[in-house]
Design a protein around this ligand. Structure first.
Ligand SMILES: NC(=O)N[C@@H](CC(=O)O)C(=O)O
Ligand SMILES: [Zn+2]
Ligand SMILES: [Zn+2]
Length: 350
């Protein structure tokens, strides 16, 4: 088999940034994906429907004319978010849900939630109105080891949130541990998870052995190999609770290769191929389409895409650098080889 034709995939977790960067980030993602959940961690954060619709327009203006792309906007949940904000979001088709960032957990999360216990009313409204909650699941207390932060967040908060709001659609984003896999599998059908390419392809050795590799540094941080293996099994299991979310998160080369480097992997230039790489290595290419193109849409209640895209078996190298708005970015997997390649003729006319 030298070509693989699958339903056009969607990216259920994406950072496009803003301003002049949109020309590059939107082009890269819209080349492969039909829809994407656009994360709201801008400065200032995207906290209202008005801000989200304005941001959406800036994104749409950057979509190359040969591609169709539908950004699904996530709003930034803060301690000030009200039930009225939830109602406004529920009434706006372009908004997909609210993103919970614990304050201080990751890039541009300073405006995030400081006290999860105060969210009960807002979460009840979300459950009632069918508004999904997207979660960056890590505690931020300095006494909790960075490798334990996801597990502690699940134990401390998510178990209770799901028990109190079993109808709330909850997506645990960019899962990194076997604990997260087990949590999601143990919940009812309203709880799902996205999995990134880096957490499938790598473990924490890939950040630290033989020298520090800042381009493999993202949050939640890569974990032990046993967790990587659990994520791989979840991704190829055919369980519809696990689906594609790249968490492609560009930071310029100088901000990554820095004494205090930023967290985030820019995977968009080779996103689908990175997933194809690991599914192929696991002998599970037949499971890629469900994971990349079906399960996310099914979970969120969107129609599956109707058009197809093609991957070809062709060895190629991810570029060492890409330039966006005169800044250099080092893509995830830069200079490394991939076995499958997205066909260049995947455009609207397919
Ligand atoms: N994943 C990351 O390491 N970084 C993301 C934020 C996030 O998704 O947590 C970013 O916006 O840079
Ligand atoms: Zn995150
Ligand atoms: Zn992210």
């Amino acid at each position: 088999m030298d070509t693989l034709s699958i339903t056009r995939p969607d990216d259920w977790h994406l950072h496009l940034r803003d301003g002049p960067l949109l020309a590059g980030t939107v082009a890269a993602s819209s080349r492969q994906f039909g829809r994407a959940v656009v994360m709201p961690n801008l400065v200032p954060p995207v906290t209202s429907v008005e801000l989200a619709l304005a941001y959406r327009q800036r994104i749409m203006a950057a979509v190359p004319e040969e591609y169709a792309f539908q950004p699904l906007m996530a709003l930034y949940l803060t301690q000030q978010t009200t039930v009225a904000d939830i109602r406004a979001a529920a009434a706006e088709e372009a908004v997909i849900g609210f993103k919970l960032y614990p304050a201080g957990a990751t890039t541009n999360s300073a405006s995030g939630v400081t006290d999860v216990s105060q969210l009960t009313e807002v979460l009840s409204a979300m459950a009632d109105l069918g508004v999904p909650l997207l979660v960056h699941g890590e505690v931020t207390e300095p006494d909790i080891d960075i490798f334990d932060r996801e597990q502690v967040f699940i134990d401390r908060y998510l178990v209770d949130i799901h028990a109190q709001h079993p109808r709330l659609k909850l997506i645990l984003e960019h899962i990194t541990t076997k604990n997260a896999v087990d949590f999601v599998m143990g919940c009812n059908e309203n709880v799902a998870a996205t999995i990134t390419p880096q957490h499938l392809l790598m473990n924490r050795n890939d950040i630290l052995v033989g020298g520090i590799r800042p381009h493999n540094y993202c949050l939640p941080i890569l974990k032990r190999r046993q967790h990587q293996l659990a994520l791989q099994q979840a991704a190829i299991s055919g369980n519809p609770k696990f689906f594609l979310g790249t968490d492609s998160a560009p930071h310029s080369q100088d901000k990554k290769e820095n004494a205090c480097g930023c967290a985030g992997c820019y995977s968009a230039p080779a996103a689908l191929e990175l997933y194809a790489q690991i599914f192929n290595e696991l002998g599970a290419l037949d499971k890629l389409e469900d994971f990349a193109s079906h399960f996310g849409a099914d979970f969120y209640g969107y129609p599956r895409a109707t058009e197809k895209v093609t991957l070809r078996r062709e060895s190629w190298q991810v570029p060492e650098k890409v330039s966006i708005a005169k800044q250099d970015f080092v893509p995830y997997w830069a200079g490394e080889t991939l076995a499958w390649r997205f066909a260049a003729d995947n455009t609207l006319s397919d």
